[in-house]
Design a protein around this ligand. Structure first.
Ligand code: F6P
Length: 487
């Protein structure tokens, strides 16, 4: 079993004498003004959830964009702040982006070109040359920060995700001795989809500057290797899963990302989390007997609209649950400057009103939306109070909400309904698996989850807990670094 301690031990042996750096766009913690006070917030999303646990155990430097309005007021002269605030374990080095850079790099190329390209959920990617040029320059800026910290010391740099495709190329050009690796947190598209990207060669060259490239699952590794064969003059060694391009070899491997399972379970058992469960009915206004929850970043890939259609159909088809069933959707607002996201939140709100109006009876109505930022312990209370958690992504690299829900379900009360199109569904096989586009079957699955016997639930949840206890985030990071050390 991988633990924080044996990951630390392994790193000591394998990376002895190396500086350890993580590079991502999203910073793990941001500082924000609330009135005159500065508050520190942990970011949402799988990347931060996983890597914060890792960096707390390994130490090192995390380089990321400083997006909080108070971020500049808390860093030292090198733009570094120690994190987390209450138990400092690593350096957070903040990179500053101009409004134009944020617009073209983050809202533009990253989230209007690469994001829809990789998720394939019927939103057309926008390839804008000026967005791409800014993307390239911002990647250069991150590489410069790495080179500055590395100096002449031996360093290992672990970049994260689709916002950072070109960072390793700029690092290697300046200092080929630095070991570079990248983990891709989202799906990798099939070759027919990838080939439409006008910057596909540059993207591949950037990724192949890494010594190791990780995806969540084998399927994405294979799609990437196919793209290498079809798009560039590269030698693909299928057996050892590696690609040699312009004399440099990149290993390609699957590493299913995870959570600090034991820590989530023990936090879910803390007394103030339990107390919070009693306060939930204040927030969830309509009376209920059966509570279903959804916890997502509001994103069109998460299938929230499909979830609402399925709830509508469920209440229509099984009227015995009207007046008894409530669905609470916790949805963190995100990327709102992008048209598709703005339209998506409007669609969710309109649909919720429509469904609530259709079924409302006395004090009861079926759907509650909450877009306010929530403290982590409240999220855990929500998981613990829920009879069902619904994860209905149309396409998702992994989905760590599903794993957190299972880990915090210490009394085996809740059942997970999980989309087949998440990486997590390959591990959490005992969940009720759905195709979120198949609304009829999705509605039936809600009924099935409610009517499952407690014995059946206990046995299925226990099996899922065993799986994620074994495959925790320390194993994810440990295996990644072990593979790198073999080089
Ligand atoms: O998992 C994909 C991802 O983009 C991560 O990089 C990030 O943690 C999460 O989604 C949240 O997205 P954003 O950083 O754009 O808010």
């Amino acid at each position: 079993m991988w633990t924080k301690e044996n990951l630390q031990e392994m790193l000591k042996q394998k990376l002895e004498g190396y500086q350890f750096m993580v590079v991502s766009n999203r910073e793990p913690y941001s500082h924000e003004y609330e009135g005159r006070k500065i508050k520190c917030f942990k970011a949402i999303g799988g990347l931060v959830t996983a890597l914060d646990s890792v960096l707390q155990s390994t130490g090192g430097t995390w380089i990321a964009y400083g997006s909080g309005d108070a971020d500049k007021d808390v860093v030292d002269k090198n733009d570094i702040v120690r994190m987390p605030v209450n138990n400092p374990r690593y350096n957070l080095k903040r990179i500053w982006l101009t409004k134009e850079e944020e617009n073209d790099f983050y809202y533009g190329y990253s989230n209007q070109a690469l994001w829809p390209l990789c998720h394939i959920v019927y939103r057309q990617p926008l390839f804008n040359v000026s967005h791409y040029n800014t993307y390239l320059n911002v990647n250069k800026k991150f590489a410069a920060a790495v080179l500055d910290i590395a100096g002449k010391e031996k360093s290992f740099v672990w970049t994260q995700d689709y916002q950072m495709c070109l960072v390793a190329k700029f690092i290697k050009e300046a200092n080929p001795g630095i070991i570079t690796a990248l983990f891709w947190h989202i799906p990798w598209p099939n070759p027919e989809v990838f080939r439409i990207c006008p910057q596909k060669i540059e993207i591949m060259e950037g990724l192949l500057s890494n010594d190791l490239l990780g995806f969540h699952i084998h399927y994405h590794c294979h799609r990437f290797l196919e793209a290498c064969e079809q798009e560039i003059e590269a030698k693909v060694q299928w057996e050892e899963m590696s690609v040699t391009y312009k004399g440099h070899t990149t290993l390609v491997r699957p590493f299913p990302i995870s959570i600090d399972t034991q820590n989530v379970a023990s936090q879910a058992n803390l007394h103030f989390v339990k107390n919070e469960i009693d306060n939930l009915p204040d927030e969830i206004d309509p009376p209920y007997e059966i509570l279903a929850v959804g916890v997502d970043r509001i994103d069109y890939t998460k299938g929230i609209v499909e979830k609402l259609y399925a709830i509508d159909r469920f209440l229509e088809k099984y009227p015995q649950y009207q007046g008894r069933f409530v669905f609470f959707q916790q949805g963190a607002l995100s990327r709102l400057h992008i048209k598709y996201y703005k339209e998506y939140i409007d669609r969710i709100q309109a649909l919720t009103e429509e469904i609530n109006w259709k079924y409302r009876c006395g004090k009861w109505y079926p759907i509650v939306l909450n877009n306010r930022r929530t403290e982590y312990y409240r999220q855990l209370a929500l998981y613990r109070a829920a009879d069902i958690c619904i994860v209905s992504s149309l396409h998702d690299g992994m989905n760590l909400v599903s794993k957190e829900f299972v880990a915090s379900n210490t009394d085996f009360k809740g059942m997970l309904i999980l989309s087949k199109f998440t990486g997590a569904s390959r591990e959490l096989k005992e969940a009720i698996l759905i195709n979120p586009y198949d609304i009829e079957n999705f509605a039936d699955s809600i009924k099935e989850a409610i009517e499952l016997s407690q014995d059946e639930k206990t046995s299925r949840v226990k099996k899922m807990q065993e799986t994620i206890e074994e495959n925790n985030v320390y194993k994810w990071a440990g295996k990644f670094i072990e593979n790198l050390a073999k080089l």
